[in-house]
Design a protein around this ligand. Sequence first.
Ligand SMILES: [Ca+2]
Ligand SMILES: [Ca+2]
Length: 452
Amino acid sequence: MTTINMRTTRLGTLMITLLMAFVSCKKDEAPQNAPVDVEVSVSFAGDAYAENLDVEGITVNVYNASGKVVFQGMTDVAGKVRVQQLSPATYTLQATKVYTAAEFNGIMGKTEETDVTFTTEQKTVEINIAGEKAFHLELMTGATSALIIKQIYYTGSDARQGASFRDQFIEIYNNSDQVAYADGLYIAEAYGTNNANAQYAFQPNSGQYDWSKSYGMPSGINANADYVYARTIIQLPGSGEEYPIQPGESVVMASTAVNHQSPYTGTDGVTISVQDPSLTVDLSKADFEAYYAPYIDRGRPLASDVDNPTVPNVIVHRRSGNATDLIMDQTGRISWLIFHGEGMGAVSSWKGYDVPYTDGRERTDGTYIQIPVANIMDAVELQSSSTSTVYPKRFTAQQDAGWTAAEGGARSSYAVIRKTKEVVNGRRVLADTNNSTEDFVSIKANPKGFAD
Ligand SMILES: [Ca+2]
Ligand SMILES: [Ca+2]
């Protein structure tokens, strides 16, 4: 009964409002100054979240141009909230939902260690009597960035018939509608444990290293939730605006930028060729390549690591052990991220730590560089199987709530690649819900190609 009464009252109010609007129009007053009622609806991006998480009780904030909260409310059972009597102006709409690790793991069957925050913001929303009255916000974990990892070809191709690890590459895509610059972008491998071993300290839910127990780790920081630990770190060259990437376009960073389908001469003068060119790819037109030879201070450079003079070389800050080229783990035991260095200072000042030994041994070689999560632009969790997590995750749900794996595994010629979400004015917008299980599929490696 109450519901009916309320509806009646709302209907009455609406009729009075309409009548007043009608009257004021007739009087030629300025209706554009009238306060506006708008509706904000909220949903979760990604199928798994949309199916399992409740759209009721999500906090919606409306900020005015000076950043002051002018409205705060909670969504109803349909995921909607009504914001009444907003003065015509420009606003920012924001929705936020925080789950404790226990809540989130219980609903989603995950292994998170800390709170999982879903949030989204829609900026410069113009509210006026003639404009939009309904707005939709899609909640995501973590942030989105213009530049995202589009394709990772880590498996390589058959060691005898194909090019083995020589033809690996990573493709970075501009998923926004504005020009973005590749200049100075860091690409790194996120390191983690691949097995349980009493020698090390682990986090209770994820089974990942408890980095807070690493020798020399400062105590006042969240060593696990706020950082990832990187082994290989390379950086694209450029001083700021030398390497523009147009909306819907990408750059390919090759391990070695040659046409791997055709014979080429190694640095030792010996010809390198494949038996089955169809298993590998042409990377001679790559945008960047990893040329490791100048960084090798001990031992001999790798013969296959040639320098294509027409393809700019990346800066190699950290190699994995004594790696003689950018050789990605072919079984998916390492995950990949891209990040920017803002606020991190000189690379030489970045702190490195060793894995957390339970015997408290002093390890000061700083093998794994601590990267703030806040600097991460995109992260893709790799696993060796697309059906189950074999290795403890290196990223939390804030970076990548899922994982992906290439069909066929090591040396299969298959890559992982983002799905196309939609095509806007001819520009492909790729799926980016920060859940690689939903965002990625596996295809035969195809530099600058698309999944669908
Ligand atoms: Ca190379
Ligand atoms: Ca080169």
